[in-house]
Design a protein around this ligand. Sequence first.
Ligand code: URA
Ligand code: URA
Length: 232
Amino acid sequence: MNDHNRTAGNLIADIFNYLEYQKDLYGDDVFVAEKSSEKVIHEPQTKPQRLNALYLEVKNCQQCGLCNSRRNVVFGAGNPDADIMLIGEAPGAEEDLQGKPFVGAAGQLLTKILAAIQLKREEVFIANILKCRPPGNRDPLPEERKTCKKHLYKQIEIIQPKFILALGRVAGQVLLETEKSMQQLRGDVYDFQGAKLIVTYHPAALLRNQQWKRATWEDVQKLQKLYLNEKK
Ligand code: URA
Ligand code: URA
Protein backbone atom coordinates (compact mmCIF):
# COMPACT_ATOMS: atom_id res chain seq x y z
CA MET A 1 0.00 0.00 0.00
CA ASN A 2 1.36 3.40 -0.85
CA ASP A 3 1.08 6.39 1.48
CA HIS A 4 -1.91 7.65 -0.38
CA ASN A 5 -3.90 4.50 0.19
CA ARG A 6 -2.88 4.34 3.84
CA THR A 7 -4.20 7.86 4.39
CA ALA A 8 -7.45 7.01 2.64
CA GLY A 9 -7.75 3.85 4.76
CA ASN A 10 -7.28 5.87 7.95
CA LEU A 11 -9.85 8.36 6.80
CA ILE A 12 -12.41 5.65 6.13
CA ALA A 13 -11.69 4.09 9.53
CA ASP A 14 -12.14 7.52 11.16
CA ILE A 15 -15.44 8.06 9.41
CA PHE A 16 -16.57 4.58 10.39
CA ASN A 17 -15.66 5.17 14.04
CA TYR A 18 -17.36 8.54 13.99
CA LEU A 19 -20.59 7.08 12.59
CA GLU A 20 -20.51 4.24 15.15
CA TYR A 21 -20.15 6.84 17.88
CA GLN A 22 -23.04 8.93 16.48
CA LYS A 23 -25.16 5.80 16.30
CA ASP A 24 -24.46 5.04 19.96
CA LEU A 25 -25.53 8.56 20.85
CA TYR A 26 -28.53 9.04 18.61
CA GLY A 27 -29.53 5.69 17.16
CA ASP A 28 -30.24 5.41 13.47
CA ASP A 29 -31.04 9.10 12.85
CA VAL A 30 -28.31 10.88 10.98
CA PHE A 31 -27.84 14.49 12.01
CA VAL A 32 -26.75 16.75 9.22
CA ALA A 33 -25.33 20.20 9.84
CA GLU A 34 -27.18 22.96 8.01
CA LYS A 35 -24.76 25.02 5.94
CA SER A 36 -22.01 26.38 8.16
CA SER A 37 -24.18 26.89 11.24
CA GLU A 38 -24.32 24.54 14.19
CA LYS A 39 -27.94 23.75 13.44
CA VAL A 40 -28.86 20.13 12.92
CA ILE A 41 -32.04 18.42 11.83
CA HIS A 42 -34.20 17.45 14.85
CA GLU A 43 -32.69 20.31 16.82
CA PRO A 44 -35.02 22.07 19.27
CA GLN A 45 -37.17 24.34 17.15
CA THR A 46 -37.40 28.11 17.18
CA LYS A 47 -39.91 29.87 19.40
CA PRO A 48 -42.37 30.52 16.53
CA GLN A 49 -42.19 26.85 15.51
CA ARG A 50 -42.72 25.59 19.05
CA LEU A 51 -45.54 28.05 19.63
CA ASN A 52 -47.19 27.02 16.40
CA ALA A 53 -46.94 23.35 17.35
CA LEU A 54 -48.59 24.18 20.68
CA TYR A 55 -51.30 26.16 18.88
CA LEU A 56 -52.13 23.16 16.67
CA GLU A 57 -52.49 21.08 19.83
CA VAL A 58 -54.58 23.60 21.78
CA LYS A 59 -56.94 24.60 18.99
CA ASN A 60 -58.67 21.24 19.22
CA CYS A 61 -58.52 21.00 23.03
CA GLN A 62 -61.42 19.12 24.62
CA GLN A 63 -60.12 18.92 28.15
CA CYS A 64 -63.01 20.82 29.69
CA GLY A 65 -66.68 21.51 29.03
CA LEU A 66 -66.03 24.92 27.47
CA CYS A 67 -65.13 23.14 24.23
CA ASN A 68 -68.87 22.52 23.73
CA SER A 69 -69.92 26.18 23.83
CA ARG A 70 -66.91 27.94 22.33
CA ARG A 71 -66.81 29.04 18.73
CA ASN A 72 -63.06 29.47 18.62
CA VAL A 73 -60.14 28.72 20.85
CA VAL A 74 -58.32 31.96 21.64
CA PHE A 75 -54.73 30.83 21.83
CA GLY A 76 -53.09 34.24 22.14
CA ALA A 77 -51.33 36.54 19.73
CA GLY A 78 -48.25 38.66 19.34
CA ASN A 79 -44.51 38.35 19.13
CA PRO A 80 -43.18 34.89 20.03
CA ASP A 81 -39.90 36.57 21.03
CA ALA A 82 -41.61 39.16 23.21
CA ASP A 83 -39.95 40.45 26.35
CA ILE A 84 -43.36 41.29 27.77
CA MET A 85 -46.39 39.03 28.10
CA LEU A 86 -49.84 40.30 29.00
CA ILE A 87 -52.19 37.79 30.55
CA GLY A 88 -55.91 38.36 30.84
CA GLU A 89 -58.71 36.21 32.18
CA ALA A 90 -60.71 34.61 29.38
CA PRO A 91 -62.08 35.41 25.94
CA GLY A 92 -65.30 37.40 25.74
CA ALA A 93 -67.94 37.29 23.01
CA GLU A 94 -65.92 39.16 20.40
CA GLU A 95 -62.74 37.20 21.10
CA ASP A 96 -64.66 33.93 20.86
CA LEU A 97 -66.01 35.05 17.48
CA GLN A 98 -62.66 36.14 16.05
CA GLY A 99 -60.36 33.66 17.80
CA LYS A 100 -58.11 36.54 18.90
CA PRO A 101 -57.41 37.96 22.36
CA PHE A 102 -58.57 41.39 23.50
CA VAL A 103 -60.32 42.53 20.33
CA GLY A 104 -63.49 43.87 22.01
CA ALA A 105 -64.01 47.06 24.02
CA ALA A 106 -61.57 46.02 26.75
CA GLY A 107 -59.04 45.21 24.04
CA GLN A 108 -59.29 48.69 22.55
CA LEU A 109 -58.55 50.17 25.94
CA LEU A 110 -55.66 47.75 26.36
CA THR A 111 -54.19 48.93 23.05
CA LYS A 112 -54.34 52.52 24.35
CA ILE A 113 -52.75 51.57 27.67
CA LEU A 114 -49.90 49.92 25.78
CA ALA A 115 -49.48 52.93 23.49
CA ALA A 116 -49.19 55.16 26.59
CA ILE A 117 -45.99 53.30 27.48
CA GLN A 118 -44.75 53.23 23.88
CA LEU A 119 -45.63 49.63 23.21
CA LYS A 120 -47.43 48.19 20.21
CA ARG A 121 -49.59 45.11 20.53
CA GLU A 122 -47.39 43.32 18.00
CA GLU A 123 -44.34 43.77 20.22
CA VAL A 124 -45.80 41.95 23.20
CA PHE A 125 -47.56 38.60 23.46
CA ILE A 126 -51.15 38.65 24.70
CA ALA A 127 -52.81 35.56 26.14
CA ASN A 128 -55.40 34.57 28.70
CA ILE A 129 -55.70 32.16 31.60
CA LEU A 130 -58.56 30.43 29.77
CA LYS A 131 -58.41 29.78 26.04
CA CYS A 132 -62.17 29.39 25.66
CA ARG A 133 -65.04 31.70 26.53
CA PRO A 134 -67.03 30.86 29.64
CA PRO A 135 -70.74 31.13 28.71
CA GLY A 136 -72.12 34.57 29.55
CA ASN A 137 -68.60 35.63 30.62
CA ARG A 138 -69.00 34.00 34.02
CA ASP A 139 -65.91 33.64 36.21
CA PRO A 140 -63.69 30.72 35.20
CA LEU A 141 -64.37 27.70 37.43
CA PRO A 142 -61.53 26.31 39.58
CA GLU A 143 -61.41 23.17 37.43
CA GLU A 144 -61.22 25.22 34.21
CA ARG A 145 -58.41 27.36 35.61
CA LYS A 146 -56.46 24.31 36.67
CA THR A 147 -56.89 22.48 33.36
CA CYS A 148 -56.29 25.42 31.07
CA LYS A 149 -53.33 26.99 32.81
CA LYS A 150 -51.19 24.11 31.58
CA HIS A 151 -51.47 25.56 28.06
CA LEU A 152 -50.55 29.01 29.31
CA TYR A 153 -47.56 27.71 31.25
CA LYS A 154 -46.26 26.03 28.09
CA GLN A 155 -46.64 29.34 26.24
CA ILE A 156 -44.68 31.12 28.96
CA GLU A 157 -42.01 28.44 28.88
CA ILE A 158 -41.60 28.84 25.12
CA ILE A 159 -41.70 32.65 24.99
CA GLN A 160 -39.59 33.13 28.12
CA PRO A 161 -40.75 36.69 28.72
CA LYS A 162 -38.78 38.97 31.01
CA PHE A 163 -41.96 40.66 32.21
CA ILE A 164 -45.51 39.53 32.79
CA LEU A 165 -48.39 41.92 33.29
CA ALA A 166 -51.32 40.09 34.84
CA LEU A 167 -54.56 41.83 33.94
CA GLY A 168 -57.11 41.61 36.72
CA ARG A 169 -57.71 39.60 39.84
CA VAL A 170 -58.24 36.21 38.20
CA ALA A 171 -54.98 36.33 36.22
CA GLY A 172 -53.09 37.49 39.32
CA GLN A 173 -54.63 34.84 41.52
CA VAL A 174 -54.03 31.97 39.12
CA LEU A 175 -50.43 32.90 38.28
CA LEU A 176 -49.46 33.57 41.89
CA GLU A 177 -51.55 30.70 43.28
CA THR A 178 -53.24 32.87 45.85
CA GLU A 179 -56.71 34.00 46.88
CA LYS A 180 -55.56 37.56 47.60
CA SER A 181 -57.69 40.51 46.53
CA MET A 182 -56.80 42.89 43.73
CA GLN A 183 -55.88 45.52 46.35
CA GLN A 184 -53.40 43.13 47.94
CA LEU A 185 -52.00 41.86 44.66
CA ARG A 186 -51.23 45.29 43.22
CA GLY A 187 -48.07 47.24 43.93
CA ASP A 188 -45.52 44.45 44.27
CA VAL A 189 -43.12 42.99 41.74
CA TYR A 190 -43.27 39.19 41.92
CA ASP A 191 -41.04 36.53 40.42
CA PHE A 192 -42.69 34.14 38.01
CA GLN A 193 -40.24 31.55 36.73
CA GLY A 194 -37.57 34.20 36.33
CA ALA A 195 -39.90 36.83 34.89
CA LYS A 196 -40.88 39.95 36.81
CA LEU A 197 -44.63 39.90 37.31
CA ILE A 198 -46.89 42.85 38.04
CA VAL A 199 -50.63 42.70 38.64
CA THR A 200 -52.89 45.54 37.58
CA TYR A 201 -56.58 46.17 36.98
CA HIS A 202 -58.29 44.47 34.09
CA PRO A 203 -59.17 46.91 31.28
CA ALA A 204 -62.80 45.71 31.39
CA ALA A 205 -62.87 46.66 35.08
CA LEU A 206 -61.43 50.08 34.16
CA LEU A 207 -64.26 50.67 31.70
CA ARG A 208 -66.71 50.31 34.60
CA ASN A 209 -64.57 51.99 37.28
CA GLN A 210 -62.82 55.14 36.12
CA GLN A 211 -61.36 55.66 39.59
CA TRP A 212 -58.91 52.78 39.02
CA LYS A 213 -57.27 54.43 36.03
CA ARG A 214 -54.69 56.31 38.04
CA ALA A 215 -53.50 53.17 39.82
CA THR A 216 -53.31 51.33 36.50
CA TRP A 217 -51.26 54.18 35.04
CA GLU A 218 -48.83 53.87 37.95
CA ASP A 219 -48.58 50.11 37.45
CA VAL A 220 -47.82 50.30 33.74
CA GLN A 221 -45.33 53.10 34.27
CA LYS A 222 -43.55 50.87 36.74
CA LEU A 223 -43.51 48.12 34.12
CA GLN A 224 -42.11 50.51 31.51
CA LYS A 225 -39.37 51.65 33.87
CA LEU A 226 -38.30 48.10 34.68
CA TYR A 227 -38.41 47.18 31.00
CA LEU A 228 -36.33 50.16 29.86
CA ASN A 229 -33.81 49.50 32.62
CA GLU A 230 -33.49 45.89 31.49
CA LYS A 231 -32.86 46.95 27.89
CA LYS A 232 -30.01 49.30 28.81
N1 URA B 1 -61.02 39.93 28.54
C1 URA B 1 -60.03 39.06 28.77
O1 URA B 1 -59.66 38.77 29.90
N2 URA B 1 -59.41 38.53 27.72
C2 URA B 1 -59.73 38.82 26.47
O2 URA B 1 -59.11 38.28 25.57
C3 URA B 1 -60.78 39.72 26.27
C4 URA B 1 -61.41 40.26 27.31
N1 URA C 1 -61.75 42.86 40.10
C1 URA C 1 -61.33 42.20 39.00
O1 URA C 1 -61.71 41.10 38.72
N2 URA C 1 -60.44 42.78 38.20
C2 URA C 1 -59.96 43.99 38.44
O2 URA C 1 -59.16 44.44 37.67
C3 URA C 1 -60.41 44.66 39.59
C4 URA C 1 -61.30 44.08 40.40
